[in-house]
Design a protein around this ligand. Structure first.
Ligand SMILES: Cc1cc2nc3c(=O)[nH]c(=O)nc-3n(C[C@H](O)[C@H](O)[C@H](O)COP(=O)(O)OP(=O)(O)OC[C@H]3O[C@@H](n4cnc5c(N)ncnc54)[C@H](O)[C@@H]3O)c2cc1C
Length: 414
């Protein structure tokens, strides 16, 4: 009987546990998480923070789910070290858990702003359900808010401010939101969306330091230009620091995340990794890539489990991810790796409709759609097929795009 140990009960760890039980019914499976609750929908916690969704629908697995599958779940348990020679996982309570095969699915922790008083009361980071509960409570009582971090998570804070009636200032470096993936035209639609929610984008800004009152509650953020923004609520989303500190000495290859191949194998025997924490070999891009999204993490967990159970390189991770934002009157979707292109084509169709496609070596590697998401199926399929777009990039900007609108793929063989 094989002993599988999974560290992390987020979507990647949980999907691996489910797959392992299906693939290897006789095995022993242990899932360890330092959170106090089993798998919940991390994507939906923002709706809770906005005050729109009660707690119940956010939970995905109750403890019975694990019992029914004979999966041993350890809540509130932090893994402190891993011994790859003895194949033992050590926990903060001094427990030693042996494994035959180990999956690391520990994700990341929001990075704290390296400025004074970034740990003040009222300054929030957003990752766990507990964070969402605190954010909700704090936003409900707040009048003014400040948001830092012009990316996909920062905008969730802007939406929380909007939904909770907090007058928000969104302090950004540079001249626009998500400047690595959006041009001025695309970003302007997002800025208008924020303004309609009562959140004002502030450009060429950021936080130099926070100010607090005598009780340690945040009262203002001061930006590098010396501008002072009063706030009793602040949301910081400047990136993730991957949870790898417990892996010191294990000998895993790291490169801002754990390096895995397309089978989710690390360089250390019988240790796999899945989810946000991986820097994986992307077979579509033909290079290492990283991806912080729910669907990708779930699929990586499943593929890792298939290969762990097979004790072989049975299945390759091949995936086009997507990440949508539903806070505004118009839909928004980013797919693939929109920041990686060496060439881009884009078009604005109306005040709320815009499209940009990132192309690398003649192939689609990602894109952003605002307003009309209908081309996503075709664009993702072209990316999956690694179709050479050649001179046809402008066709991808036609209001409606079908696979048949493009000339057939050139044969690779000459
Ligand atoms: C507010 C918010 C909104 C999001 N919105 C979207 C969205 O709209 N679309 C989308 O695709 N993605 C979204 N994401 C991202 C998505 O949720 C993540 O990509 C996904 O959940 C990653 O899953 P994971 O299993 O890799 O890691 P995680 O979900 O981070 O799980 C890792 C788990 O491991 C635990 N852990 C870490 N270290 C240890 C240790 N040493 N011992 C024991 N346990 C440990 C952690 O506590 C955590 O529970 C959002 C994320 C957040 C926070």
């Amino acid at each position: 009987m094989t002993d599988y140990v999974i560290i992390g009960d987020g979507i990647s760890g949980s999907s691996a546990a489910e797959t392992l039980r299906e693939e290897d019914p006789e095995s022993s499976i242990t899932v360890i998480t330092d959170e106090g609750e089993s798998l919940y929908n991390r994507i939906l916690i923002k709706e809770h923070a906005k005050g729109k969704l009660p707690e119940a629908p956010i939970s995905i697995h109750d403890e019975e789910w694990y019992e029914e599958r004979d999966i041993d779940l350890s809540l509130n348990t932090h893994v402190t070290t891993v011994d790859p020679d003895e194949k033992i996982v050590h926990t903060h309570e001094g427990e030693d858990i042996t494994y035959d095969k180990l999956l690391i699915a520990t994700g990341g922790t929001p990075t704290q702003l390296p400025v004074d008083d970034s740990d003040a009361e009222g300054v929030h980071h957003f990752w766990t359900f507990q964070d969402a509960r605190r954010i909700r409570e704090s936003a409900e009582a707040a009048e003014n808010g400040v948001i830092v971090g012009a990316g996909l998570l920062g905008i969730d804070f802007a939406a929380v401010c909007g939904a909770q009636g907090v007058e928000g200032k969104y302090l950004m470096r540079g001249d626009r939101w998500w400047r690595y993936a959006l041009s001025g035209d695309g970003a302007e639609i997002m800025h208008e969306g924020m303004r309609e929610k009562g959140v004002e984008p502030v450009f060429d800004s950021g936080v130099d330091h926070f100010e607090t009152d005598a009780d340690g509650q945040v009262t203002a953020a001061v930006d590098p230009n010396g501008e002072r923004y009063e706030c009793d609520f602040a949301g910081v989303a400047i990136g993730l620091t991957f949870n790898t500190e417990f892996l010191r000495g294990v000998g895993l290859e790291m490169n801002n995340g754990i390096v895995v191949d397309e089978f989710m194998q690390t360089n250390v025997d019988d240790i796999y990794a899945a989810g946000d924490i991986t820097r994986f070999y992307d077979v579509l891009l033909d290079e290492e890539a990283q991806n912080g999204s729910w669907g990708s993490a779930k699929e990586q967990g499943r593929v890792a489990a298939v290969n762990m159970a097979a004790d072989d390189e049975d299945e390759v991770f091949e995936w086009v991810s997507s990440y949508s934002i539903t806070h505004f009157d118009f839909p928004f979707l980013s797919f693939g790796h929109p920041t990686l292109g060496d060439e881009h084509v884009e078009r604005r169709y109306s005040d709320t409709e815009w499209r940009r496609i990132a192309i690398k070596d003649g192939k689609i590697v990602g894109g952003v759609l605002i307003g009309d998401l209908s081309p996503q199926r075709t664009l993702k399929q072209l990316m999956r097929e690694q179709r050479d777009i050649g001179e046809q990039a402008e066709v991808l900007l036609e209001p409606s795009v079908e696979i048949d609108d493009l000339a057939p793929a050139q044969s690779q063989e000459q």
